[in-house]
Ligand binder design. Structure first.
Ligand code: SAM
Ligand code: SF4
Length: 478
């Protein structure tokens, strides 16, 4: 779901009906922190963020960057975007469209196969691949044979490592036993199911009717087929959600024994996503209740033995992501938090984003434009950004903050050949945050306090050299 995770959509905090619930914790403190640090901030799935992408970087740069890859750069991670859905969830912020016919999908798959060939031809050597991620939209809009054909083509062009992770985002409403069986036989070993919320009245308000039993059957099917890691996507801040209903949803999600849970705050941007106008704003929880939902969810999951990771993920402590987080090895990329430490991410499909040592690239977002480039035999990249040495330095600080909730700035400076004094501008802002209880600073070492985790995006903005000019385009910090 690179489009939601990686975009600069703004989450709602204003307006909406008061939830009518007594808030947990010290709501006066919460209100102060939300008003002070809940402002707009990037989600930092990259730095520079997608807002900095421009047409200054295009297909020629991408070709040069691919050609410069060296065997010692290690295996790549591959992302494939499938921008189709069966029907529109009214909250959806992803890059997708409803299609009711097979033809556009068949056409898209044909071009995706061509794109894999075009990229492979631009590589200086056969690249190995340690991770493949199918996102969307809804990858299980593909016919099972189409999904298998894409993996076949990838295997023909890349050397998959023996332990390659092949992950797929799935809509449980469309999942058939045949789909699961074929995909697992083709190599799918990880899956993420869109669960969102299990309460019938919430499901009605978001146009996504999906009974618990249906999700349970999908999870069981995936397990039976040998999927070793299951994630469920949940959301808070949805219409008609309450603290009590969210708790029930979380308990129902846990009962399905997933390894991981994502808990995304609903980004309400009806000016960018017109179908979100179908969501009744008077049914949305207001800012402070949203914040309490996020905190209550974390408390409940903590009490059930789950580990909270970064901004919005939770994992069973035995899960590889929880172990990576404990060892400071967790990474953040366009798919969110990951154990994947590849330095090369190759994106395929309309709107897909790639990351190379030199910077970021993005394919044309509109399918016709993307198709036109592929049919002409060209790389479909139309925008991106080159990363300067300063960008890479700041990117590391921001990534460590987003993953570890703390950073030793002296260490990062030493790795990048920078003087710590260059960050002296940050001390007053950090000390103000420390005085507000968000973090502790010991010289160059910053550690977020437990409550600071909820505002980690705002803490990270201190190191963002681009933010001021672009602030208005990013989402809120909680
Ligand atoms: C590509 S979808 C997952 C796969 C499949 N399309 C589905 O919905 O079941 C990615 C996830 O993004 C999240 N999402 C979508 N729109 C969102 C929004 N406006 N704000 C926050 N999260 C959103 C949902 O949790 C959704 O499951
Ligand atoms: S199924 Fe997933 S991608 Fe499609 S509209 Fe719903 S949330 Fe968005």
């Amino acid at each position: 779901m690179s489009s939601v995770a990686g975009s600069a959509v703004a989450e709602r905090t204003d307006g909406g009906k008061p939830g009518g619930e007594k808030l947990g914790g010290d709501s006066a403190d919460s209100a102060f922190l939300v008003s002070r640090y809940g402002g707009r901030a990037p989600r930092y799935t990259s730095y520079p963020t997608a807002v900095q992408f421009s047409a200054d970087v295009g297909a020629a740069d991408y070709a040069a960057w691919l050609a410069a890859l060296r065997p010692q750069d290690g295996p790549a991670s591959l992302y494939l975007h499938i921008p189709f859905c069966d029907r529109m969830c009214w909250y959806c912020g992803c890059h997708t469209a409803v299609v009711n016919r097979r033809k556009p999908i068949e056409d898209y798959v044909g071009n995706l196969l061509r794109e894999i060939d075009i990229v492979a031809a631009a590589l200086p050597h056969r690249l190995s691949a340690s991770a493949v991620h199918f996102g969307g939209g809804t990858p299980n809009m593909l016919a099972p044979s189409e999904f298998a054909a894409i993996l076949d083509r990838l295997r023909a062009r890349f050397d998959f490592t023996a332990d390659a992770e092949i992950a797929v985002e799935l809509d449980p409403r469309l999942l058939t036993p045949e789909w699961v069986k074929t995909a697992a036989a083709a190599g799918m070993n990880r899956a993420s199911l869109g669960a969102q919320d299990f309460q019938p009245d919430v499901q009605q308000a978001i146009n996504r009717i999906q009974p618990y039993e249906l999700v349970r059957a999908a999870a069981a099917e995936l397990r039976q087929a040998g999927v070793v890691s299951l994630n469920l996507d949940l959301m808070y801040g949805l219409p008609r959600q309450t603290l009590v209903s969210l708790e029930s949803t979380i308990d129902q999600a846990i009962s399905l024994n997933p390894e991981r849970l994502s808990l995304f705050g609903y980004a309400h941007v009806p000016w960018m996503k017109a179908h979100q106008k179908l969501i009744r704003e008077d049914e949305l929880p207001e800012a402070i209740l949203r914040y309490e939902m996020q905190r209550r969810a974390a408390e409940i999951l903590g009490a059930r033995g789950w580990t909270r990771l970064g901004l919005d993920h939770f994992a069973n402590p035995a899960d590889s992501l929880a172990r990576a987080a404990a060892d400071g090895r967790m990474r953040r990329n366009f798919q969110g938090y990951t154990t994947d430490n590849a330095t090369t991410l190759i994106g395929f499909g309309a709107s897909a984003i790639g990351a190379l040592p030199q910077g970021y690239v993005q394919n044309a977002s509109a399918v016709p434009k993307w198709r036109e480039k592929i049919v002409a035999g060209e790389l479909p990249v139309v925008r991106g950004v080159s990363a300067t040495a300063d960008d890479k330095f700041r990117a590391e600080i921001i990534e460590r903050l987003m993953c570890d909730l703390g950073v030793d700035l002296a260490d990062v400076c030493a790795r990048h050949g920078r003087a710590l004094d260059e960050l002296a501008y940050a001390w007053p802002r950090l000390d103000e945050m420390a005085a507000d209880g968000l973090l502790v600073r010991r010289g160059p070492v910053i550690e977020a306090k437990p409550i600071g985790r909820d505002f980690i995006r705002s803490i990270a903005t201190v190191f963002d050299a681009y933010l001021d000019a672009e602030a208005a385009r990013h989402s809120l910090g909680v």
